[in-house]
Structures are given as structure tokens and as C-alpha cells.
Design a protein around this ligand. Sequence first.
Ligand code: ADP
Ligand code: MG
Length: 270
Amino acid sequence: VTAHDGVVETAEGAELPADALVVAEDVHKSFGRLEVLKGIDLEVKRGEVMCVVGPSGSGKSTFLRCINHLEKLTAGRLWVNGELMGYRQKRGRLYELRDGEIAAQRSDIGMVFQRFNLFPHLTVLGNVTEAPVQVKRVPRAKATAHAMELLERVGLPDKAHAYPEQLSGGQQQRVAIARALAMEPSLMLFDEPTSALDPELVGEVLDVMRDLAKGGMTMVVVTHEMGFAREVGDSLVFMDGGVVVEAGTPDEVLSNPRHERTQAFLSKVL
Ligand code: ADP
Ligand code: MG
């Protein structure tokens, strides 16, 4: 990887902007005959918080899942931190990664889903230390100390020994964020992290995300929380029908949408 004039050349010879953490190039995804993503080009800069909004079924979750290669692209390319997702360059050749190898590439990316999918049989501490110990081979004592710091950060140090079922949805979602952070990812993906929560629990999760953003984390956040998008987002992307219809600063897109489809969507949610 070489850098010059704000451009980085990747192992496969692609030239990416040096300040971009995520680069999506003409990303297509189909499920059988259903084309869900119809050519997405996007760039997320290091430290940027990008919010993604759009109607149900527009491909938002699929796009997030493509970023960390939970879904294999039908066409196009996607880089995270200079690495072409799903591939590795070795002795001048490009190899497609097998599932186990993709997991390793993915360990640089944290993801938080709508449904808090904590391991029910593990304590909060167990949930947060599981991946560092099992995947990264971090010594347990060190992983535990780091986990306690993270639980402090998400406001749950006293819940370390509780089980997920003993926690509220908001608390579980904050544990899910701590669990993702335990792998020290360079990118965090959030897929409607507050959509399944009772309204009174939404704020505590958004507060944690706001702190994370302030700390400089690069984040892609699919959300219906327009207040959060406006306040915390550096950019806002409106997706519809598998394409990016409109992108800009949150203020530009929310206050002055240029496309009819964006206007129609916003008139329903704002
Ligand atoms: P959004 O998150 O914007 O609501 P999704 O990305 O979840 O949209 O879904 C976009 C479209 O892709 C929907 O029509 C959905 O039914 C379809 N889809 C998503 N995942 C699959 C899958 N694994 N198999 C078949 N169709 C899928
Ligand atoms: Mg979705």
C-alpha cells in the first residue's frame, strides 16, 4: 500500500482517497432475480458519522451487510480500511476468501443490529469478552479489564454479572455496543439500533452512540431518528429502491431535499 497526493494505492492496484475508511464502488446485490442494490457508490471518511435513511425494503440492511461481507456482492467492489472485502492479495494474485477467512477480515468491523442478539447463556461480561478471548486470543484478565472499561463507558458497570434476560432492551443494546467495541473495530455499523426499543429507552442508546461519535469513531448508522441524524451525523444518505437517491449534509438533505422521492419520504417521517 503506497500513498501520494491524498490517494492510497491498495494491494490490488485500486486508487482510493487516503481519508476514506469505506469505499463502495458500483455495489450490486441480487437475491435470485430480485435486484436489491442497483449500483451503490459511497465513501465514508475516517471519523465520519454517516446516517442512512429510506423506506422499508429499500436495501439499507443489505447494504450494511455487504459492507462487512455478511452478504457477498453480486457485482462491484467494497474496501474497508484499504482491504478489499472478501478477497486477499497474495503473490500478485487476488484470492476469494473462504468463510472462515472472511470472519477474520470482518473482525475490524463492529455491528449492532435492531434485535439485541446477545448470547443468552453468557453474562454481560461473558458477552463482551467472548470475541476478544476466542477470536483474538486476548488473555482473559486483559479482556475482562477492557470489558469493564467499556461497560463503564456505556453506563453499565454494575451489570457485569447479570444475564441478558435480566436487562431492559436499552441496557441490552448498550451491552451489544460494548461487545462490538471490545474487538477495537475501526468501523461501527448500526442497523436501526433503537427501532425495537420502547420509546423511553431510545435516548440512553442514542447517548452512547453520540459519545462514540464524539470520540472519533467512524460510523454508518441506519436509523429513523432524524433528530440524531441532524445532530450527530456528518452526512446523510437517502436510499430508495436500491439506489442512493440523495446524499449530503443532514441539514441539506433534511431541510432542502432536492428529489421528489426524498421529499415524499421525509414528509412522512419528520
Ligand atoms: P431495508 O433494510 O431498507 O428495509 P433490506 O435490505 O432488508 O431493506 O431488504 C431489501 C429487499 O431485499 C427486500 O425486498 C427484502 O425482502 C430483500 N431481501 C433481503 N434479504 C434477503 C434475502 N436473504 N433473501 C431474499 N431477499 C432478501
Ligand atoms: Mg433494514
